[in-house]
Write a protein of this length. Structure first.
Length: 202
């Protein structure tokens, strides 16, 4: 017995493909296959290798969300792994450049660099904006707060630790989950970076 056609109202509610980016689909397939290959030979330097294997490129491609057409492209020093944070006309993003990184403020409209800051560790995860602060963490185990003009406000470090996840704000407490630390989770005062507590899971 043939399946009856959907009512007109139901047909109208089905999702429609507005545009599709073939290059993105190619990237995802290549990244997925190389991801498995990379983790078959894990070393303490696995993250930079994974970025190269996934063909993470040193720049940003910004598209018009309605049409998928290119608005601008900006080359940066290093590959981009994390998500960006946007505040008005400023876009904040970190990069991976071997074992070091760079943090940028970029103009949303045209991609011009407003300011940049060198970091001693790669910036794998995205940043978080808290009032007049922009807070990010590095693979070298440092949490850095700057104002929106790039001036340092505070910083906090965990010896021998690495950060691969972005900060999470709960009230006035910044939650951080380091790797290779003697605890799993820590809470920091978002106003001055002082450590409030740690959780080891025991």
């Amino acid at each position: 017995m043939a399946t009856p056609p959907l009512p007109a109202a139901s047909r109208m509610s089905l999702p429609l493909t507005v545009w599709r980016m073939a290059e993105e689909l190619l990237f995802k397939g290549k990244a997925a296959s190389e991801y498995d290959r990379a983790f078959a030979h894990v070393t303490k330097y696995f993250m930079p290798f994974l970025l190269r294997a996934a063909d993470v490129r040193p720049g940003m491609l910004v598209l018009d969300i309605a049409t998928g057409t290119q608005k601008w492209v900006k080359l940066l020093d290093g590959g981009i792994w994390g998500t960006s944070a946007v505040d008005g006309e400023k876009l904040f993003i970190g990069t991976v450049l071997g074992k070091v990184g760079k943090f940028y403020a970029v103009n949303v409209s045209d991609g011009q660099i407003i300011w940049s800051k060198d970091e001693e560790g790669s910036i794998i995860a995205g940043a978080v904006i808290v009032d007049e602060q922009v807070i990010y963490a590095t693979e070298a185990g440092r949490i850095q707060s700057v104002d929106k003009n790039g001036a340092p406000k505070w910083q906090s470090s965990i010896e021998n630790a690495h950060f691969y996840t972005m900060p999470l704000l709960v009230g006035d407490t910044l939650l951080m989950a380091p790797m290779n630390a003697n605890f799993l989770l820590a809470g920091y005062d978002v106003n001055n970076g002082s450590q409030k507590w740690t959780f080891s899971g025991k």
